[in-house]
Each structure stands twice: as C-alpha cells, then as structure tokens.
Design a protein around this ligand. Structure first.
Ligand code: GTP
Ligand code: SPV
Ligand code: MN
Length: 616
C-alpha cells in the first residue's frame, strides 16, 4: 500500500522530527524515537509495518545500493544474496559487554563497563551516526503474539538489511505495534552501523565501523549496538534480547532462557517426546532440530533451532517456546545429504543468504551444498571462483536466513504460547577427543555439572581463533546476561524447586570425535536419531546403560545400529570413556571453576570431587 512508508522530512533544526504521523500513540515509544532521532540525526524516520509492499521497497533499495542481488526466481523465489564487508562476518565477543550496575553481576566471563560510562561513550558514537540515512523503527515480538504477556521489543536501526532480516527472524510490524497499545513494556534496542554519510557522499554496499560495541544493560532491559551489521550483532531480538536480556529476566522470574533447539520426536508407536538441546554456535543445533532419522518409523518435527524459553507449567513440567520466527543457519555443510529439511525450507524462497557464493544462473552455492562444485562462481568476496581457486567460496560463518514456518516438518505446536513439555535436555560440544557419543547424567545436579563443564572447540560463528577448546556452560558463554556462577546456581535452584520425576533428564552428546586420521568416527546428521532413540528408551526404562566415572553410557548392543554402515571398532571409539583422557580433563575443569571464582556452587564442586574420586 502507498502508506507503507512514513518518511518524515529531514530536520531543519535539532528538534525538527515530526512524529505526529507516527502509527502509534505509545507515548514512551514516541519519546524514545524522538530522542534517538535527535541524537543520531537521520534524514528520515520510517515506521516498519512489515507489509510485502514495504519489503519490496526495502529490498529494491538494497539492490540499488549494491547490498543485495536478487536471486533467480525459479531457483530461489523472492530471495537475495548479500555480501558483507569482509571485516564484519560474525559475532564479536571481545566487543560484547554486560553493563550491569555492579561489576560482580556481569561476572568473570563477560566484558563489563559501568552503565553510565558506557552510555557516555556510546552517546558520542551515536551522535550524528545516522546522518544521510533512514532511521527505521521495527516493532517486534519474541514468541507468539498470543502469549499472555507478549515479549515486545522495538529495534531502531539505520540498516535496511537489518530490517529485512528482522522481518524473517521475528514477528514484526503493524500487528505488533497495535498489540503494544499505548503503554506496553518493551525492550528498547538501539542499533547503528556507525557510518554516517556526508551530503552527497555515496554509500558503500555494506556500511559498518571498525569500532564495535554490542552492549546489554540488564537492569534496564536495554540494548545498544554499534558498528556491525551482521547476525547476532545487529538482529537484536536474537542473542541480545532472547538470551542476554532474557536470561536476566529468567533469573529474576524463575524460568530459563537458553541457547537450545527444540524438537518433537515421534516413536514408531507414535509416542511423542519433546527434547531441547544446547550446543555452542556452529555445533549442530539446526541440523539436529530438523533431523531426518535413518531409523525406520522414527520421526522428528521442528520447533526451534537456536533459542528456547522454558517455564514451569502448573503440572510441574518444564515447557519450552521458541521465541524466534526464522532460521539463521550456518550455510556450509548444509546439503541434501546432511540436512534435507533445511534445503526444502530454503527452496521455498523468501530468504536472505549472506556471505555464500553466487552461481552463474543466479542461485546460491556453498561448500557442502552439493558434492561437485559448479565450474564457476562469484565468491563471498565478489571475486571469480573456480574449483581450482584453492579457497573457500563461502565464508565459514555464511548463513541462510529463512522463515521457520517454511520448514516442511515444523510442528503444529510451534505457535502454542504455552510451549511443549520437555522430556530430555541434551548438552553437547565439538570435541575431537575424550567425550563419548552419549552420556546420561545420574540426576539433575550431575546434569547441571555436565552442562557447567561443557567444552567445545571454537568455531567461525565468533571472530577469533577457531578450534580452541574452551568451557562453555550450557553453550551460553557468549550469551549470559549475568554472573556465570549465579547462572549455574539458578539451574540448581530450578532443580531443587521442582519435583525430580517431572524434571527433564539430562544427557551429553558429542558428534565430533575424531579417529587418529582426523576423521569423524560417528557419521552424525541423520544417524544421530539412533542416539535420540537411546535417550527416549532411557526415559522409558527400556534401554540398558553401564555406569562409568562420567555417567551412564549405552551398554553393548543398547544403541540401535541396525543398518548402520560403521565398523564395530569405530563405534567403540565413539562410545569409549577413556579414564586417562578424563584424568587429563580434571585440571581443565578445575581451572574453569577457579576462573568462575567464589560463586561456583558448592554442589558443583562436590560433583567435581566425586568425579575425581570415581576416576581414582
Ligand atoms: P549456530 O546457528 O551458530 O548456533 O549453529 P548450530 O548449533 O545450529 O549448528 P549447525 O546445525 O548449523 O551446524 C554447524 C556445522 O556443523 C555445520 O557445518 C554442520 O554441517 C555441522 N554438523 C552438524 N551436525 C553434525 C554432525 O552430526 N556431524 C558432523 N560431523 N557435523 C555436523
Ligand atoms: C550463533 O552464533 O550462535 C548464532 C548466529 O546463532 S548469530 O545470530 O550471529 O549469533
Ligand atoms: Mn546460535
């Protein structure tokens, strides 16, 4: 419609932004938008309505500016190829801050600065930072709008790419703004790429700033982000709100905001179980969430691939909701063999692809998309690429951004604001050694210990060295909105306050163990359904396990390997608990607890002592 865009005239004086045509009477929101406009000095203000017409206008603009290329409609309808500045390709953990009032509340794992100091510093960065650009106001809601208390946010951004991505990743636009009424609470999320334009200055395809700040003010439930246009740095409903801010809310209100996929598993007898799983970034959540099991009769349906908000129901069970509306999935490695359901999802179009390669016929390609690469591509840096180039065509953290409802196996319960009752929680990481394919915890506290000591090799999802083993509690290290020790204590408290028989059972998996030749010993992907089967059978009491010092592992023959093309030797390597390897792990866990400081719960120290004792 014609009224889709509400563009105001550029200001003639410092307070010249006219919001009288704004599509809301929410005075708090109007005041905030006015204040930000005066600070950042945009040329125009645009209230995002989320319509198709608006999306067309935005993407046309992005195409004209060189940020997007429209893909071939026959290959990927209504879809676009984006390339970032080569310096702006992943989350920036070193530049991410939890600005709690008290430094101790940010804890030993987060960067911290006093809120007033950070605000003073960033206010100067924001001053005039939107000159020559449009300020977009994106009303959004994390989780269903039909929730008893919808979780609103409003992102102000000067990036049309962010607006287009937010439309896929969250429920956005007029409907949300309507529902906010005149006084709904919301999380204000301020974002600027930090690249103002002088009059007449030509824009670059991917504006950003070398100086980056990704900042959460947990007490104020406020987010300020500056300098980056990419992923978790700029789509502020995702990591910043749904994990960092929401984890602080969850601590205060007795629930859990976690970096977890949610899946529905249906057995051949049509028994349903819901499972949540936390793996660090680029360690397999999207793939497990959309699993296409090889095992006869087993089916998976998807509820979420990255974030779970979990609250206890009146029946004492833990219910999970996916706050997101889209998938922001790692592209490399995604193919018809590994993740056919993701391929079916993106085939339907309506997607943004960032930092992948472009084929000559206007489709996308990345390593793992198909077995044989095309003879010619345009790579993620915009250069000619051939299989002889000897370089990756796509950045290792390149992503597809696509509506979750397009997933062919989306579960009906996805839109249920009450969520689904979780039977099992799985933790996991990427470890070439030591950690077996699957372990069951003895009880809740032991499971929390497993999560607290989760370890994984770093990946390209964050800027920095790749392949370094680090501790990543519940896969939340980069996403904790408060003190990690308090967080672990919160998990223990949740266990204490609820009936043990209603709590999910906790497991730990590792798909990434390698043999001496450096090859993954476990085939992974669709075959991971075999591990899910064992987990469900453990809940039902029908599968055998053996005690080891680290927990319960499948007894010989307990893991269903029917039809699996894997040598017994490889299977044994995958399942092996090597006590020497685990003894070598102990000082690393101790070092980690030392780093966490005096807030490490005594219960977890006791778990460590018990592990030591069992290892002899
Ligand atoms: P984020 O979106 O960053 O949070 O990542 P994620 O946890 O959703 O990881 P994702 O499922 O996208 O997988 C990351 C990478 O690991 C991809 O390249 C996958 O192909 C690969 N991967 C996923 N599952 C498996 C598995 O079972 N075995 C092996 N070897 N690789 C896997
Ligand atoms: C992750 O890094 O865990 C992601 C991608 O899911 S981002 O949204 O960029 O954080
Ligand atoms: Mn993630």
């Amino acid at each position: 419609t014609e009224t889709a865009l509400r563009v105001e005239s550029p200001p003639t004086s410092a307070s010249a932004y006219d919001l009288s045509n704004a599509p809301t009477e929410h005075q708090g929101l109007l005041a905030w938008v006015a204040e930000v406009a005066e600070l950042t000095q945009p040329d125009a203000i645009h209230w995002v309505d989320g319509s198709d017409a608006e999306y067309k206008l935005l993407t046309d603009e992005l195409i004209a500016g060189g940020t997007l290329v429209r893909l071939n409609d026959e290959k990927k309808p209504n879809s676009f190829w984006a390339r970032t500045d080569p310096s702006d390709v992943a989350r920036v953990e070193q530049r991410t801050f939890i600005c709690s009032i008290d430094e101790a509340d940010a804890g030993p794992t987060n960067n911290w600065m006093a809120p007033a100091e950070m605000k003073a510093l960033m206010t100067e960065l924001y001053r005039g930072s939107m000159r020559g650009r449009t300020l977009y106001v994106v009303p959004f809601c994390m989780g269903p709008l039909t929730a008893e208390k919808p979780m609103f946010g409003v992102e102000i951004t000067d990036s049309a790419y962010v607006v287009a991505s937010m439309r896929i990743m969250a429920r956005t636009g007029s409907e949300v703004l309507q529902k906010m009424g005149t006084d709904a609470k919301y999380v204000p999320c301020l974002h600027s790429v930090g690249a103002p334009l002088a009059p007449g200055q030509k824009d670059v395809p991917w504006p950003c700033n070398d100086e980056k700040y990704i900042v959460q003010f947990p007490e104020e439930r406020t987010i300020w982000s500056y300098g980056s246009g990419y992923g978790g740095n700029s789509l502020l409903g995702k990591k910043c709100y749904s994990l960092r801010i929401a984890s602080a809310m969850a601590r205060d209100e007795g629930w859990l905001a976690e970096h977890m996929l949610i899946l529905k598993l249906i057995s051949p007898e049509k028994k349903v179980h819901y499972i949540a799983a936390a793996f660090p970034s680029a360690c397999g959540k999207t793939n497990l969430a959309m699993l296409d099991p090889t095992l006869e009769g087993w089916e998976v349906e998807t509820l979420g691939d990255d974030i779970a908000w979990m609250r206890f129901g009146e029946d004492g069970r833990l219910y999970a909701v996916n706050p997101e509306f889209g998938l922001f999935g790692v592209a490399p490695g995604t193919g018809w063999k590994t993740n056919p359901n993701a391929m079916r999802t993106i085939e339907k179009g309506n997607s943004l692809f960032t930092n992948v390669a472009l084929t000559d016929d206007g489709d996308v390609w990345w390593e793992g998309y198909s077995q044989t690469p095309p003879n010619h591509l345009t790579d993620w840096k915009g250069r000619e690429w051939t299989p002889e180039s000897g370089e990756l065509s796509s950045h290792p953290n390149s992503r597809f951004c696509t509506p979750i409802k397009q997933c062919p196996i989306i579960a009906d319960e996805y839109e249920d604001p009450n969520g689904v009752p979780i039977s099992a929680i799985i933790f996991g990481g990427r470890r070439a050694t030591t950690v077996p394919l699957v372990t069951q915890s003895r009880d809740w506290d032991h499971g929390v210990f497993m999560g607290a000591t989760l370890s994984s090799e770093t990946t390209a999802a964050a800027v920095g060295e790749v392949g370094v083993v680090r501790r990543d509690p519940m896969a939340m290290l980069p996403f904790l909105g408060y003190n990690a020790g308090d967080y672990l204590n919160h998990w223990l408290t949740v266990g204490k306050e609820h009936a043990a028989d209603k709590l999910p059972k906790i497991f730990y998996v590792n798909w990434f163990r390698k043999d001496e030749a450096g090859k993954f010993v476990w085939p992974g992907f669709s075959e991971n359904g075999r591990v899910l089967k064992w987990i469900i059978e453990r809940l039902d009491g029908t599968a055998d396990a053996v005690e080891t010092p680290i927990g319960l592992v499948p007894a010989a023959d307990a893991l269903d390997v029917t039809g699996l093309d894997l040598s017994l030797e490889a299977l044994q390597v995958a399942l092996n608990v090597d006590e020497e390897e685990w003894k070598a792990e102990l000082p690393l866990i101790e070092e980690w607890f030392t780093k966490l400081g005096d807030k490490v719960p005594a219960t977890l120290k006791l778990e460590l002592d018990n592990l030591k004792a069992r290892l002899g």
